[in-house]
Ligand binder design. Structure first.
Ligand code: ADP
Length: 496
């Protein structure tokens, strides 16, 4: 076979990237373009769908011309994307009716409270979708668009408009308007999809007043979606993998069976634990979501998911608002320059506390200050706060899934911090594995596309390609770890 590469299109919240990956799983090149964040009102976030498209296809065409790519040397394209972000467009003109409403946007919080106000509705939504009713997911964003763009509801009811998350929009455009489809991982984030039966659910469509005719067809992540047919992009390249970004990272970390987990340390943290064919209902305010399975898997597989709202953002705050550090990297050296935090704890509840606490009124605090407290103690307490918040999520997941985690796979920018990774292993009492390539998000989409197209033979070949990890084993003694966690728990109580 002459095909040498697969391409991953990584459509993120702040930038789009096109990544070229070779047969050995190495990242040969990556082209990245940022695009505009639009904030029409406090708490509202939008993207221009055409800008998403131009940034994403701009990266792709640049990569194509740099490496002389064509259907002859590219086996397949995989797409991973920011999840939940909602686009509605008119397929006859190809024009979106409004800007995309981004996952972070809170404009529909009131609508969700109104529609899902009773315990009966909340538990119906959780039972079907695995999600806790929230403005974050696509359902209420579609309602808002249909109710607030003039004539949209009539056009949608007449079958004249299409809905898609960003993957669907990209696939539709890249296939020249031929394919209106999404994958099961993205569908599972809309709050309209029954994750057990694998269908758009009539009760949920009725609850959010969304016409079924707008909804894309749902396919497995590892399947053929269509062929490229767009000016400037080599024609006929199969799109063979579509997956939401967090599920992509899970797949990219080769977490393919129950009990395996990954945590991404970025601005926030995203922790996913694979639960196999079981879809546990969380009693700790975590969500249950569909994961990407390798081609040929004959059943749906799930994960528990939880997030930390403020992770790397705390480090940014120390740098940009407190001016205590000049760079994020510096925290590692500072933290290691002291033996401990001297009793200082930081609870970064800037916007309340998420799972497992869900306390919207909690606010951040720094406690345990003494005359001897230095910036090094504060920096260390900040890194420890990232690890403690992850600890809380892991323990909640273990309780929900009835398993105990022995290895945590990590990625994301802040996973470069060796102190943080060691401390994480210490408090979790688990091994932390950090791959050489922490860009696992695009790797997941590439893997799915490469497996589906036959570029790679199977998941064993993927696992064998993984370069040796940095491994962090617990070193702190168990009593000290317990004391550390108790100190954190006390600080969280104060924050609430
Ligand atoms: P995102 O994709 O959410 O933008 P990244 O994965 O690029 O985030 O990670 C960037 C975040 O990680 C920033 O918030 C930054 O403060 C933090 N970060 C980056 N490097 C380090 C480091 N060495 N130590 C601690 N935090 C870091």
């Amino acid at each position: 076979m002459a095909e040498t590469y697969v391409i991953a299109l990584d459509q993120g919240t702040t930038s789009s990237r096109a990544v070229l990956i070779d047969r050995g799983g190495a990242m040969v090149d990556c082209v990245q373009r940022t695009y505009q964040q639009i904030y029409p009102q406090p708490g509202w976030v939008e993207h221009n769908p055409q800008e998403i498209l131009y940034s994403q296809l701009g990266c792709l065409t640049e990569l194509v011309s740099k490496h002389r790519l064509s259907r002859d040397n590219v086996a397949a394209i995989g797409i991973d994307n920011q999840r939940e972000t909602t686009i509605v467009w008119d397929p006859t003109t190809g024009e979106p009716i409004h800007n995309a409403i981004v996952w972070q946007c809170r404009r529909t919080a009131g609508l969700v409270d109104e529609l899902c106000g009773t315990p009966e509705v909340r538990s119906m939504v959780q039972a079907k979708t695995g999600l806790l009713p929230d403005a974050y997911f696509s359902a209420s964003k579609i309602s808002w668009l249909l109710d607030n763009v003039e004539g949209a509801r009539e056009r949608a009811e007449a079958g004249e408009l299409l809905f898609g998350t960003v993957d669907t929009w990209l696939v539709w455009v890249l296939t020249g308007g031929l394919v209106h489809a999404t994958d099961a991982t993205n569908a599972s984030r809309t709050m309209l999809f029954d994750i057990h039966r694998g269908v758009w659910d009539d009760d949920l469509l009725a609850l959010f007043d969304v016409p079924r005719s707008m909804m894309p067809e749902v396919r497995p992540s590892a399947s053929f979606f269509g062929e490229t047919s767009y000016p400037g992009v080599p024609a006929g390249i199969p799109i063979c993998g579509v997956v939401g970004d967090q599920q992509s990272a899970l797949f990219g970390q080769c977490c393919l069976s129950a009990g395996q987990a990954k945590n991404t340390y970025g601005t926030g943290c995203f922790l996913l634990m694979h639960t196999g064919a079981e879809a546990p209902t969380s009693s700790h305010n975590l969500v249950t979501t569909i994961v990407a399975s390798p081609p040929g898997c004959d059943h749906t597989e799930y994960a528990l998911e939880g997030s930390v709202f403020v992770a790397g953002a705390l480090i940014q705050w120390l740098r940009d608002e407190m001016h205590l550090i000049r760079s994020a990297e510096e925290t590692e050296f500072l933290a290691q320059s002291v033996d401990d935090t001297g009793g200082v704890h930081i609870v970064p509840a800037f916007t309340g506390l998420g799972a497992p606490y869900w306390n919207a009124d909690a606010r951040g605090l720094i406690c345990g200050l003494t005359r001897g407290t230095t910036p090094a103690h504060i920096a260390r307490a900040a890194l420890e706060a990232l690890a403690f918040q992850t600890y809380d999520l892991v323990r909640a997941m273990e309780a929900d899934a009835g398993v105990s985690l022995d290895t945590l796979n990590v990625d994301g920018g802040a996973s470069r911090n060796g102190f943080l990774m060691q401390f994480q292993a210490d408090v979790l009492r688990a091994t932390v594995h950090r791959p050489q390539n922490i860009e696992t998000t695009s790797l997941g989409a590439a893997y799915l596309a490469g497996l589906t197209s036959g570029f790679w033979s199977g998941t064993d070949e993927l696992a064998a390609m993984r370069e040796s990890d940095d491994v962090f084993e617990p070193q702190m003694d168990a009593k000290a770890a317990e004391r550390a966690v108790a100190g954190w728990a006390d600080a969280v109580r104060r924050a609430m």
